[in-house]
Every structure is written in structure tokens, then in C-alpha cells.
Design a protein around this ligand. Structure first.
Ligand code: CA
Length: 248
């Protein structure tokens, strides 16, 4: 087990969270679950996609409840992690968990496919346990963060405490990271935010060269808001720079 470095201490340690690890390689699953349990988290482990869906309550059998965060390996026997993630995001849950994908492949397409399936973040294998724990802490801290003033826009209501978004009476189902990005833009309305800065502020660290992540999230937020009946999503593209949330 590698020790956590000094850098780990600068990260705010979030409250105890419930985590689900979906990983078919038993040594990795037990290394991770041991480490996360020692940090005070409640950890469940599933070794394939069907077991993951059962743990998430997406099969017929009753489940203990939706965890705060799912660590989801892409390469699983049978149903892949991408399929599990897409099924989870389609489900009408009162609360969606944060999803962190584990990907073995080196190419960027795997990461993009993960985001398109609704993942909030990814870590490439092989990974250091300390790095993964820090990412989990950062994701949980961001998910728990509640901005002071709920922003409003004509026809659009964002409730930052309940973490819900409505267009009129219709609820818009956003992933945790889509929600965080929308709230971040809305709380800086009228200000142009560049993509690199959004990566740092919303994702919590720099993904050098992954500005497309921001673009794909903005595209999905716009589609969802407009599909729910908003005539035009209030997020404007500022070409070559980033995005601006328009004043109501
Ligand atoms: Ca695997």
C-alpha cells in the first residue's frame, strides 16, 4: 500500500460517504475498498455489471440505496462499465451518484465515451491509490458544495440545496457534474469563464488538453434544458475563450 503524500493534506476531507466500487479484478477491488474504508467511507463492491445494477437498485430486487459515488471500471465481464453508467443515468432517481470511471485504455476516445455515457470523471489504469483517493475526495467535496444564492432565469429554476433543475414544472435530470457546471456558470452570470478555468473550478484540478470535456458537458446541458421546453439555454459560447451564462 503506498502512503498518501504530503500533498494529500491540502485537500479538504469530505464527510463519510457511501461508495460503490465496480471492479472485476479482485486485488484492485480489495485494495481500493480497504483504503477507502480506512478513510471512514462505507464501501460496497460489485464484480460485474449486473451486480452493479442490482446494488444501484436498477434491477427488480430491493437495494440498500443509491451511493454518493460509484467507482466504475469500464472493462467488465458481460455488461461494460459504459453500459452500466448509461443505464444509471437513464434511471429516474431522486438523486444521481457521482460516477468516476476507471479506464485501462490509453486513447482519449475511451474517456470521451465515458463522459458521453454520463461519467463525471475518469482515472486511467494503472493508477496510484493516493491519486484515486484524492480525486474521490475532490469529487465528493464538489458534489456537497452548496452555493449561497440560487440563480434564477426566466422559466429555469435551479435549486442548489435540493440539487434539482426545473424548466417550468418539468424536472431536468442532470448528472452531478452537469449540475455543478450549470450552477457554477449561473452563479457567475454575465461573466465569460474560460474552459481551462472551468476545468479547475468545477472538476477540481487541471486536465491539460481536455477542454472538450467542458464542451461536451455544456452541449448536454443545453440539449437537456431545451428538451425540457426552454426556448434557448442561457449559456452562450464565446468563441476561442469559453462560456457565459446570460443575465436573466
Ligand atoms: Ca476490468
Amino acid at each position: 500500500m503506498e502512503p498518501l503524500g504530503a500533498e494529500e493534506r491540502i485537500w479538504h476531507r469530505p464527510r463519510m460517504a457511501s461508495l460503490l466500487i465496480v471492479e472485476d479484478e479482485a486485488p484492485i477491488a480489495s485494495l481500493l475498498s480497504d483504503h477507502l474504508r480506512r478513510r471512514g467511507h462505507e464501501v460496497s463492491v460489485a464484480s460485474d455489471g449486473d451486480e452493479a445494477l442490482a446494488c444501484l437498485g436498477l434491477l427488480d430486487a430491493p437495494a440498500p440505496g443509491v451511493p454518493d459515488l460509484v467507482v466504475l471500471d469500464v472493462m467488465l465481464p458481460g455488461r461494460t462499465g459504459l453500459e452500466v453508467c448509461a443505464a444509471l443515468r437513464r434511471a429516474r432517481l431522486a438523486r444521481q451518484p457521482v460516477v468516476l470511471m476507471l479506464t485501462a485504455k490509453r486513447n482519449e476516445e475511451d474517456a470521451i465515451a465515458g463522459f458521453e455515457a454520463g461519467a463525471d470523471d475518469y482515472v486511467r489504469k494503472p493508477f496510484g491509490v493516493a491519486e484515486l483517493v484524492r480525486r474521490i475526495d475532490a469529487l465528493l467535496a464538489l458534489a456537497a458544495r452548496t452555493p449561497a444564492a440560487p440563480p434564477r432565469h426566466a422559466g429555469l429554476h435551479i435549486d442548489t440545496r435540493a440539487r434539482t433543475v426545473h424548466v417550468g414544472e418539468r424536472e431536468v435530470h442532470l448528472t452531478p457534474k452537469e449540475h455543478d457546471l450549470l450552477v457554477h456558470l449561473a452563479t457567475h452570470r454575465g461573466v465569460v469563464l474560460d474552459r481551462e478555468r472551468l476545468l479547475v473550478d468545477v472538476w477540481g484540478y487541471t486536465h491539460a488538453g481536455y477542454a472538450r470535456t467542458v464542451d461536451s458537458h455544456v452541449t448536454r446541458i443545453r440539449k437537456k434544458l431545451e428538451a425540457a421546453g426552454l426556448s434557448e439555454a442561457p449559456i452562450t459560447t464565446v468563441h476561442g475563450v469559453g462560456y457565459r451564462y446570460e443575465e436573466p
